[in-house]
Design a protein around this ligand. Structure first.
Ligand code: NDP
Ligand code: PYC
Length: 340
């Protein structure tokens, strides 16, 4: 059976209970279990399947490979008026972000702009939870992380970059901030993995096989190399993310992360850079006036029938809170087997 077959409906509470049970069963400490499970619940709630409970399989594998410090106690270092560093001590990235966020926000309020570097973390997640949380608190936010070297540069055939996501959040009046979050590869690797599990071909342009030929075979692209989005533009953005969320914060590039992995096929290990800007500090008593002008940009997009990024997520969120989520029966069986 592939994931394309039967689906099973779960409530979000059932998703949370399943995620917490699997993570606890694999020895993760309680604080990390809560933080990591919540990320997966958010992924399912917003119908982002590549970063929902599918990641339990990835976490279980990464933990069994010995690549996560299960009871890591992150340490927050206040290193400059506008800089905070959180040493994740080899654990997952969610708890370090929770611990560093209040410090980052206080610094951004004081200085107008501040950054947090999360170091020595295992990263398997989407970045929109971070920028959405900061934008809900009134900040303009950016987040970046390298991953494993899976992606070839434009014009090349050998992996250099990670799938290196880039996320942005902008505070808005009304219920939801403006948020986008995407890989600088044509698509997240998790999406190709889901195609492989479902036995579905991938579109041309997502990857090349080990001989450098364009392929629609998900497994061949996973063995070969993924491609950047937008050719040289995605390639340059991926390079920027390697630099600013790698060496700039004293952490690994994607090539170093995959070398450290040593073919364990565990989640990427390294750092994440998050930047927060406080419009109130930047603009003083003109902040409300200028943020109101920003609304015209969104209006000009939606008034012609185009949609804003995250609109699909926010709509899914309303639906799944009431009706729950649908997950492939085969995926659910594979996850439940982790509890045996
Ligand atoms: P997509 O290519 O699906 O792009 C996602 C973004 O584009 C979302 O903000 C989405 O909004 C928006 N979007 C999609 N279609 C439209 C449209 N027609 N009009 C306007 N906006 C649109 O995602 P990716 O495959 O590139 O990445 C998926 C996730 O994988 C991300 O959350 C990323 O953080 C994560 N990731 C994590 C990595 C890591 O190392 N930790 C590595 C790589 C990826 P909406 O959600 O509403 O559809
Ligand atoms: O889907 O590319 C991906 C990914 C890498 C790390 C976490 N997600």
């Amino acid at each position: 059976m592939t994931d394309a077959a039967e689906k099973v409906r779960l409530s979000l509470e059932e998703v949370r209970a399943l995620a917490e049970a699997v993570l606890s069963r694999h020895g993760l400490s309680e604080r990390h279990v809560k933080a990591v499970a919540e990320t997966m619940v958010a992924g399912e709630r917003d119908e982002c399947a590549s970063h929902g409970i599918y990641r339990l399989l990835v976490c279980a594998h990464t933990i069994k490979a010995g690549k996560v410090a299960l009871d890591a106690e992150p340490v927050v270092h206040d290193i400059a008026p506008a800089l905070v560093r959180v040493d994740a001590k080899g654990g997952y990235a969610q708890l370090p972000f929770q611990m560093g966020k209040p410090v980052l926000e206080e610094k951004a309020r004081n200085c107008g702009i501040a950054a947090i570097g999360i170091n020595n973390c295992v990263h398997f997640a989407a970045l929109w939870p971070e920028v959405e949380a900061l934008a809900r608190d009134g900040f303009v936010a950016f987040a970046f992380t390298p991953s494993h070297a899976w992606v070839a540069p434009a014009g090349g055939t050998r992996p250099v970059f990670g799938t290196n996501p880039l996320a942005f959040g902008w505070p808005r009046p009304g219920p939801h901030p403006y948020v986008f979050d995407f890989a600088t590869s044509a698509v997240a690797r998790g999406e190709i993995e889901l195609h492989r599990r479902a036995g579905k071909p991938i579109p041309l342009g997502w990857g090349i096989d080990a001989e450098g030929n364009p392929t629609t075979d998900a497994a061949a692209a996973l063995e070969g190399a993924m491609l950047t989005f937008g050719g040289h533009k995605g390639s340059a953005l991926a390079t920027m993310i390697e630099l600013i969320a790698g060496p700039l914060i004293g952490d690994m590039t994607s090539a170093e992360s995959i070398a450290y992995d040593d073919n364990a096929k565990a989640s990427p290990f390294g750092g994440e850079l998050i930047i927060a800007i406080d419009p109130a500090r930047f603009l003083g008593d003109k902040a409300a006036e200028h943020l109101a002008r920003a609304e015209a940009v969104f209006e000009n997009i939606v008034s012609q029938g185009a949609r804003l990024p995250s609109q699909r997520r926010y709509e899914a969120r309303e639906r799944t809170r009431v009706h729950g989520v649908e997950v492939p029966a085969k995926l659910l069986a594979d996850i439940k087997a982790l509890l045996d």
